[in-house]
Design a protein around this ligand. Structure first.
Ligand code: NAP
Length: 279
């Protein structure tokens, strides 16, 4: 695998990823990472390469390049890129594929292994937020994890390992069996209202509205709600605020709490794709 890599834009994760690729002996160029404080083959113009790595998420108020001193336009990049280059990006809007049918664009965020790996720093970040924002310890704390997906499963395990009293919400019999097998309490996601008043900490992972006005009215005012679901989240934050319930919509935790670990996960995922696709 002796490919040339061009990394364009992104945050500290892509900077760290560039360093890791260099440490693996790859030829690496970077563009739009000017403010990253290490030598990562920075160049001022796009050049031809085998593999182009774009940020995760690709777009964040325009092309996601917070470490660039100049604005970068995604279309300028894609208009100039050589069609023989394989492009990796995280969270690619559908219209990009339609606009550039001749480009090979692979969305690494769609890879299940990356979603599972990202759930680890997300869970750790959520627990760190709970420590910082509660005046009770997690040991013995009555915690509700809403959703038993990738994040919900890892989070409930970690909370339990700390000694929390864990309840997990789900909707499928498979998930109820999974939750039972771990010794946690369960509740159907449609029946949250039956128990919402019991918890010190509620962490939502379901990307639909699960804590609407009706549910929030039942939550104790000193309960902390951490919502991990992508925008718009699953909580009526405005109403929670009116009720005086503290809420945190904690997004992009992997990049915030563990940029180096996140970079390694992205690198491993990209190597997996390169190997599978024979690139
Ligand atoms: P996941 O594995 O797909 O899990 C989603 C969970 O939501 C599953 O338990 C699913 O239940 C449940 N669910 C989905 N739609 C539902 C509905 N209409 N009613 C009831 N339950 C429903 O996703 P994940 O990887 O855990 O990620 C969860 C969320 O966190 C996503 O929005 C993701 O983008 C976001 N995320 C946030 C961060 C962060 O830093 N905050 C990091 C990574 C991901 P079923 O299995 O029964 O469908």
């Amino acid at each position: 695998m002796n490919k040339t890599f061009m990394i364009i834009g992104g945050d500290n994760r892509l900077g760290a990823l560039a360093q890791m690729l260099i440490a693996d002996g790859k030829i690496v160029y970077s563009f739009g990472l000017d403010k990253y404080p290490h030598n990562i083959g920075k160049i001022n113009t796009l050049i031809s390469c085998d593999i182009c790595l774009l940020p995760m998420p690709l777009m964040k108020n325009g092309f996601n390049a917070p470490l660039s001193t100049n604005d970068i336009n995604l279309y300028d990049i894609l208009d100039t890129i050589n069609p023989t280059t394989t492009i990796f990006a995280g969270g690619v809007p559908d219209d990009i594929y339609k606009r550039y049918p001749n480009l090979k664009i692979i969305d690494y965020l769609k890879r299940p292994e990356l979603a599972i790996l990202n759930a680890i720093p997300t869970a750790e970040g959520a627990i760190a937020l709970a420590f910082e924002n509660m005046d009770i310890i997690l040991h013995g704390c009555k915690c509700l994890v809403i959703g038993n997906g990738r994040i919900g499963k890892i989070l409930s395990n970690k909370l339990s390992a700390i000694g929390a009293d864990v309840t997990v919400s789900a909707r499928s019999e498979t998930d109820f069996a999974d939750i039972y097998s771990k010794g946690f309490k369960s509740i159907h996601t449609l029946n949250l209202k039956d128990k919402l008043s019991e918890f010190d900490l509620i962490i939502n992972t379901i990307p639909v509205m699960v804590l609407s006005r009706e549910e929030l009215a039942l939550v104790q005012v000193d309960t902390l709600i951490i919502d991990l679901a992508s925008k718009p989240g699953g909580t009526d934050f405005i109403y929670a605020n009116e009720l005086g319930i503290k809420t945190i919509h904690a997004l992009s935790l992997p990049g915030k709490v563990a940029p180096n670990t996140s970079a390694k996960f992205i690198k491993d995922t990209i190597y997996n794709i390169i190997r599978e696709e024979g690139l």
